[in-house]
Design a protein around this ligand. Sequence first.
Ligand code: SAM
Length: 281
Amino acid sequence: GERRKRRARPSCAFGVFDLQNAAKRGIIRDMGFKHSHSLGQNFLTDKNLLAAIVGDAGVTASDRVIEVGAGQGALTRPLAATGARVTSYEIDSRLEEYLRPLESEYPALEVVMGDFMKAELPGEPYKAVANLPYYITTPVLFRFLDDPDCESVTVMVQKEVAERIIAPPGGKDYGVLSVTTRLVGEPRITRRVPRTMFTPPPNVDSAVVTIVRRPVTLDPRTKALVRAAFAMRRKTLLNCLTAAGYPKPAVLSALSALGLPDAVRGERLSPEEFIKLSKLL
Ligand code: SAM
């Protein structure tokens, strides 16, 4: 029984009967490429959507752009076509054959085959634009939020992450990502993107978020405080901070200086209150 079941399953990404449908949707050219799920390879093909993402990022010819995860170059092309100086990172060496030829088409484009997390940042102002591989969304975002040279971040992320980025204080989505984002910039969701827009479609819906960043550096002490404040979601801020080693009397007097009750939870504090608390501590 087990063997029969296995044989019945199609061995390629699309069953035979899906072929026509796939051709219609313009994804037939991907048939030779086996998408890696673990590398987050959900590619975009819709030209209007790709152009809209470049528009959301406000990329112009005078910009420097960093793209994380070039894939087959769907977003790389419209980015490079703006005339901006684009550096695109791609970790999967199988994609080099799609990407390398773009460099001769767009002289201001540089394709770097390798892990973006190990790459050096440009050391000059740039805009980050990407259809992110979802398994490393948070570390990639924090890298850009941490870098004062980053002017803006325009990224496709899964819908739930987008909600966390833009979440106001008080709700269940409000956390380290929301506070850190607001400490350095202003986020907004520029468009919602259903899973069907991707090839292959992921298990989640997505959204494009743009964070316009101020040229400020994140204070490492504020960063550590925010992490400690949200480390245990059901505990009070006082408990979280004392567990992280902040002295209890100092926390109590800082809370009272800010007019906050002793039993306040971290999710009640605005980003500005976290900055003030950090200074007091
Ligand atoms: N930009 C293309 C598009 O929109 O069609 C591809 C986007 S796909 C969601 C993410 C891409 O990131 C994949 O091609 C994957 O191989 C690549 N990737 C995954 N981890 C990476 C890393 N650490 N550094 C650079 N690229 C990575």
